[in-house]
Design a protein around this ligand. Structure first.
Ligand code: FAD
Ligand code: EPU
Length: 337
């Protein structure tokens, strides 16, 4: 246990904040022991994976529990598919590389997303045309109300775009212990339609791409756009891409005919928040120690020594500017703590 511990190295935004207590846990039993320890009875508690989707807005007045549960286990395997049980503290990208090396298809488009496996179902991580819900069979969690273990099948997780039951009904009520994924060994259809994947493959003269080629293409696209948190503090996309009514998009297209827009199965239309922020004049703009990134406007960064208040102020100014120009209100993707 550490007391008055700095959280600087436990989250990717690099904000100087501390927590009253910090414990790292390696097993579910350790988690239970720490969580139920009478010393922490009346204190707020926060579970942290890699801290890559949080913005600490103040010193944390309670207990931060850092998840270090490890293990990747093959539950079942035949010539077509493999079922994997993965402990929640595993690093997501390590899991992706492990699967890519083994030729197991399904999560290669999700290469290089920071953070842990346990946080992945929280917001149904997604990138380059794939979301984890497409390969996720179930989530095992410990209830923080009755301290029993439950398994939620995919359909019960209420997955949506950057959404799940863990952000709503089960918010602060569940510790995700492990997940089960079903990946393909044979007949896997590669997803190459999103963004620049095909372009990168062509440039690298890959004519008959495999799982590893897709993973490498995604890695190189991401490295060319997204700031590395080790060099520039950030939490990835700060806002979600808004899903807007078709009438609103139609009227905006009359004024901004080049506005990118993507119809969704729901009937709504997704408009890239990065475009809205760029058009509002914020791309690459620095305010004090924070700003919108020069290569990806949707990512707010910490140039060093940024205070949470500065980041919050910038985020709300951007929200207001985008709303007054386009009538669309952005909502944060990052979890404010
Ligand atoms: P944390 O930030 O530690 O936690 C996030 C939330 O989940 C917190 O509320 C926390 O309390 C809760 N939580 C964490 N673990 C558990 C658990 N075991 N049980 C219960 N609750 C838990 N996301 C995408 O979807 N797609 C992207 O392409 C993407 N790109 C990114 C790029 C960069 C450079 C960065 C910095 C972030 C990016 N993200 C992306 C966001 C982030 O990586 C993901 O949301 C990731 O899943 C967060 O994992 P984490 O372990 O760091 O979660
Ligand atoms: N765009 C701009 N200016 C910018 C950035 C983007 O005009 O500065 C426009 C362009 O039209 C571009 C489009 O937005 O074609 C989409 O941009 P990009 O492919 O970079 O993706 P994104 O919509 O900005 C989303 C996810 C990312 C994910 C990528 C790739 C959200 C909130 N973000 O970003 O996820 O990696 O797609 O699939 O859905 C994250 O969640 O933290 C994250 C990084």
């Amino acid at each position: 246990m550490r007391e008055n511990a700095s959280l600087h190295d436990y989250h990717t935004f690099g904000i100087e904040v501390s927590t009253r207590f910090l414990e790292e846990v390696h097993t579910t039993d350790e988690f239970l022991k720490v969580y139920r320890d009478s010393r922490y009875d009346d204190l707020p508690k926060l579970i942290l994976g890699g801290g890559s989707n949080v913005l600490f807005t103040h010193d944390f007045p309670g207990l931060v529990i850092v998840n270090r549960l490890e293990g990747i286990q093959v539950l079942e395997e035949d010539e077509r598919a493999v079922r994997l049980k993965v402990a929640s503290g595993e690093i997501w990208h390590h899991l992706v590389l492990h699967c890519v090396e083994n030729g197991w298809g399904g999560i290669e488009n999700l290469s290089l997303i920071p953070g842990t496996v346990g946080a992945a179902p929280m917001q149904n991580i997604g990138a380059y045309g794939v979301e984890i819900k497409e390969v996720l069979e179930s989530v095992e969690y410990l209830s923080l109300e009755d301290f029993r273990t439950y398994t939620l099948r995919n359909e019960a997780c209420e997955f949506g775009y950057r959404e799940s039951i863990f952000k709503h009904t089960l918010k602060d009520k569940a510790f995700i212990i492990s997940i089960i994924l079903r990946l393909e060994k044979k007949g896997h259809v590669l997803k190459m339609n999103y963004g620049d994947i095909r372009e990168v493959l062509e440039k690298n003269q890959v004519n008959d791409p495999g799982i590893k080629d897709i993973s490498q293409a995604v890695i190189s696209i991401r490295q060319s756009k997204l700031p590395d948190p080790k060099e520039l503090g950030n939490a990835g996309s700060f806002f979600k891409n808004p899903e807007v009514e078709p009438e609103v998009v139609e009227s905006l297209l009359r004024k901004y005919p080049l506005m990118p827009n993507y119809p969704m199965p729901s009937g709504k239309i997704k408009v890239p928040a990065g475009w809205l922020i760029e058009q509002s004049g914020w791309k690459g703009k620095r305010v004090g120690n924070t700003g919108s990134h020069a290569r990806q406007a949707l990512v707010l960064v910490n140039y060093g020594g940024a205070k949470a208040e500065e980041v919050k102020d910038l985020a709300y100014t951007i929200i207001e500017d985008v709303e007054s120009k386009f009538g669309i209100r952005l909502s944060p993707e990052v979890n404010f703590i």
